[in-house]
Each structure stands twice: as C-alpha cells, then as structure tokens.
Design a protein around this ligand. Structure first.
Ligand SMILES: O=c1[nH]cnc2c1ncn2[C@@H]1O[C@H](CO)[C@@H](O)[C@H]1O
Length: 536
C-alpha cells in the first residue's frame, strides 16, 4: 500500500462527499462565499463545539439527559443562556412564512392587553378550587356594557357554572389559597401554553397533544377576536418579530368565525375590518420604524387566508368567495389560501376538491391570483389521509408546503418539489412539541435539505410553545447538524424571502436589504472575541 493509494482514496472520498452535498440548495452559492462569511461560520462552529461539552455534557437541575437539539420545553432555560442563542437573536432571519397569528404574541403580554379592557369577561364550567383548577379551562368573551357582570368570583363556592365575570374582578377575587391574582394569571397562562409535563408525559401522543393544543386556541380566541385588542395584538407581533430579525411576514389568519367582537361587545365586525386594521397597523409600524431610522428592518406583512378543515365542502364555498372578495378589496394584503387543523383527524384536501377547483376557476375568470399554500403531511402517517394530502397539495399547485413532515417518504414528490421549487415551511419546534419527533436529531429536515428542496424555518405557534421569534427554531436546527453552520442558516433566511409571495421588485428590495444586514451580522460574528466565546 503506497501513500499514493491513500491520497487517491482521500481525493475520491472528498469528491464523493462533494457530489452528495452538491444536491443541496445552499451549495449553489458556496463558491461565492466571502472570507468574512467563512470566518463567521467557523466561529459559530467553534462556539457550538465548545458548548456541546460545556453546556450539553454538563449537569443540569431538572434535566436528566441533556443533549443538543433535545426537547425544547425542557431545554429552553438552558438554551437562552448559551452564547450561540444570543448570537442567533441578532441574525437577520428574512421572512416568517408559517405562523398562525392567534399564537404569535407572548401570553403574558396578551394577558396584559386583555386586562386593560373592562369588556372582557371570563367563565368556567364549575367553581374553581384546588380540585377543579387543573382540569377546568377559562373561557373569555367581550360583553356589551349592559351585560357587564359583577357576580360571584370564579373561586367563590357560590359561583354559578358558566356565568360571566369581569376578567379584572375574577382576577382580583381569585382565592388566596389558589395564589390570588398571580394564581389567576398562572391558571390562564397554563391554558394558553403547553408545558413539558403535558408534551412529554400526560399528552405524549400526537392525538393527545393536539387536544391540548386545540384547547389553547379556544381560550385565546376570546381575548384576541376583539376589535380593541386585535390591532394592539398585531402590533406586538410585528414589533417583537422585527426585534428578532424578521423583516417580513406572511401570517395565517383564521377566518372560521365570520365576525369578531366590536368595541360595543357585539359580535359584529366582519372580515374586511379585520384586514383593514391589519393593514393599518402594518403601515403604522413601518412609519414608527422609519422614525427610528430602522426602516430597512421591516418591509411589511401579508395574510394567508385560512379556515379550518372541520367545515363542510359546501361551507368552504362561502370562505373561498369571501377570500376572493377580500383579495379584490385588499390585493396587497391577501397573499394566499390554506386549510388548517389536525390533518390526522379532520377532513383531507380531497374531500374539498370540488370547491377548491371551483376556487381556481373563479380566480381565472376574475383575473386574480391567490396561491394555495397548503398545510400537508404534518403527520407520522404513511399512506394515511394526512400523508395523502401531499399528493393533493402538489396536484393543486401549492406554492409552498406547510410542514410536509411526511414528504421524505415520497421520492417522487421530493423530486417535484425540487424541480418546481416548492418550498417546505419546516417548523422544527412545533413538530417536536406536537410529538412528530422526540428531538431535533430525529427530525427529517436534513433529508429535505439534502434533496435540494428549498426550506424556510418557521415558528408555527410560538406563543403556545414559548418559542417567540425565530431564534429558537434556528438554534434547534443549528445544534442538531454538523453540516449546518451559519452559512446554511443564512441561505434558508435568504430563501424565505425568495419563496415568499412578494412581487419581483418587492423581493429584490427585501433581499438587498437582507444582504446588507447579513454582511454586517457576519462581520460582527467573525470579530467575536475568542475569550468571550468561552464565557457562558
Ligand atoms: O401546526 C399546525 N397545523 C395545522 N393547524 C394548525 C397548526 N397550528 C395551528 N393550527 C390551527 O390554526 C388555528 C389557529 O389559527 C387553530 O385552530 C389550529 O388548529
């Protein structure tokens, strides 16, 4: 055996690896990396390696088996202390392409917004006491002034089931044995979020965790679907997203309910006013950013119209027509159309084929373009109705696929995504908490990326998961792969703009602004003080 043989083998090996990696989308531009980008990428890999032992090999109270990419809800407190996470909070993330608006604002902030509104009332199906508190959910609703109620508090034994109590009063009178006002807040927050015990013990199957997950929306809708709160909620979503480095969002809004509650406490505010308020807040935030000299950090936000897969195919026709009317009035704000909810148990796309084809035909007649951006394959199923949604999503020409968790079981569909440029909106933390994967190393994301399919990382329902912004999702992906470094994350961020529904000029502008921020960011990372790297 000569040295030549080994060198020859090494060369063959390098070419082999290169050939494999060349399939990835992020490879295309790999030859054009600046020295500073390469240095920043190296710094990030160093910090990751250091923290793999200093953090993830260490002992932690309450964490039996720490490892990079482990269950998010257990790891969260550790993650926020890492250098890697702190750096990622500064990264320009590009676009947020998959998030459900009603789960995008920190639950503590939502609680504060609600407490400012005397119209908001709360009820429970039984008096709240030490026995009932864990299994009883608060229900919220805005009431008209003549129905404002000051009856017995929720923890008063004389409380009559399902009676509305003013939220402020319910909070102030919450029994001291249950923690008083703070106990009330804790009870509400527990109803709006998923805790580690639920995700990893009591509700540790996809079906069970979805039941808990769905209940969070039933609680939050009474607080959010209220005209005086709605704009403030949207503002908070936009401002916190911008602060996390997100410069554009396509957010899914649930239009299942035909009205929200107005300031007068009556359920009489139609969809067009929801959108009008949305557009107004987007413009106000843009103006505020301009005043602060930060206009380059925010290019806007648009809406993906959604309704839930519980409706009948006949009912869907009402929603598609509604979507068309809204698109005609707000062409710049309506970005696409989707159907949401647990694909494993609700109606599959094929059940709606008639109204969906009709929707496309109507758009053609009217000269409109409302792309489908379908949730599909958010499942562990193989050949189940949720898995089969992928066939229909692609046949119907979906612009992107929401989740596509089961896509990797279908080589033909992956080929179509690659060749037609159908992006997958991957929601790593959501998939893990909703029990599709037990941790990030088991997530199929690398399979999707290695097959050359464009990917955007998305947060899905950050308020429910406690994963506000995109930094947490980027973190979980970064620590769970040796291939993925800063450059790969940057490519996903850039692609999120590239595969958005912005028009050509909008995209060019957003990408140019992103590139400017990216250049600045990588420079900061590249100049990171090595000794600082070690101090955690
Ligand atoms: O990951 C998801 N997959 C499918 N549907 C979802 C997901 N997250 C939230 N929703 C749905 O969106 C509605 C709120 O806008 C909720 O009803 C919820 O079922």
């Amino acid at each position: 055996m000569s040295l030549n043989d080994i060198a020859e083998y090494q060369a063959k090996r390098a070419a082999f690896i290169n050939e494999d990696r060349a399939l990835r989308r992020d490879y295309a531009r790999s030859a054009n990396r600046s020295a500073i980008e390469l240095e920043a990428d190296k710094v990030i890999r160093q910090i990751r390696a250091i923290e793999a032992s200093s953090i993830w090999d260490g002992e932690h109270e309450n964490i039996q088996h720490p490892f990079p990419g482990m269950e998010f809800l257990t790891a969260r407190e550790v993650i926020i202390k890492t250098k890697l996470f702190k750096i990622l909070t500064k990264m320009p993330k590009g676009a947020l392409l998959h998030a459900h608006l009603d789960a995008t604002v920190n639950v503590n902030v939502l609680l504060q917004l609600a407490l400012q509104q005397p119209a908001i009332h709360v009820c429970a199906s039984t008096p709240i006491n030490a026995t009932t508190i864990a299994s009883t959910l608060p229900k919220f609703k805005a009431l008209p002034k003549n129905q404002f109620s000051g009856g017995a508090g929720l923890t008063d034994p004389s409380y009559v089931a399902n009676d509305w109590v003013s939220m402020r009063k319910a909070r102030e009178t919450f029994s001291p044995e249950l923690g008083g006002p703070q106990g009330f807040d804790n009870w509400v927050i527990a109803a709006l979020t998923i805790n580690p015990n639920e995700a990893y013990k009591t509700h540790n199957t996809v079906t069970k965790i979805w039941q808990k997950f769905t209940s969070t929306f039933m609680t939050s809708t009474g607080l959010i679907r209220f005209a005086p709160i709605w704009p403030e909620y949207i503002r908070e979503f936009l401002v916190t997203s911008i602060d996390d480095g997100i410069s554009y969002a396509e957010v899914r809004i649930n239009f299942l309910f035909k009205h929200m509650f107005g300031a007068d406490g009556n359920e009489n505010v139609p969809h067009r006013e929801w959108i009008e308020m949305f557009g107004k807040v987007v413009n106000e935030v843009k103006d505020d950013m301009k005043k602060k000299g930060r206009e380059d950090e925010f290019v806007g936000a648009r809406i993906i119209y959604t309704t839930i897969r519980i409706i009948s195919p006949e009912e869907l026709e009402w929603y598609t027509e509604d979507c068309i009317t809204l698109k005609q009035e707000f062409p710049d704000l309506i970005a696409g159309f989707d159907l949401v909810g647990d694909e494993n148990v609700l109606k599959p796309l094929i059940d709606y084929i008639k109204p969906l084809l009709l929707f496309q035909q109507r758009q053609k007649e009217l000269g409109l373009d409302i792309p489908f951006i379908f949730h599909a394959g958010e499942t562990l199923g193989d050949g189940t109705k949720a898995d089969n949604n992928l066939y229909d999503a692609l046949l119907l020409g979906t612009k992107r696929i929401g989740h596509g968790f089961s896509l990797v079981k279908h080589p033909k569909l992956m080929q179509i995504c690659r060749e037609k440029g159908v992006m997958v909106e991957v929601c790593p933390i959501s998939n893990e908490i909703l029990r599709l994967t037990s941790s990030m190393p088991m997530h199929p994301l690398p399979i999707v990326i290695n097959n050359g399919i464009p990917v955007a990382l998305c947060s899905d329902d950050p308020a429910v998961f406690g994963s506000m912004g995109l930094s947490f999702d980027f973190f979980q992906v970064l620590v769970a792969s040796e291939v993925t470094g800063l450059i790969q994350l940057g490519e996903m961020a850039r692609d999120s703009i590239q595969y958005s529904t912005l028009d050509i000029e909008g995209k060019q502008r957003a990408i140019a602004l992103w590139e400017k921020r990216w250049a600045k960011f990588v420079e900061e990372v590249a100049n990171f003080d090595i000794s600082d790297k070690l101090a955690v």
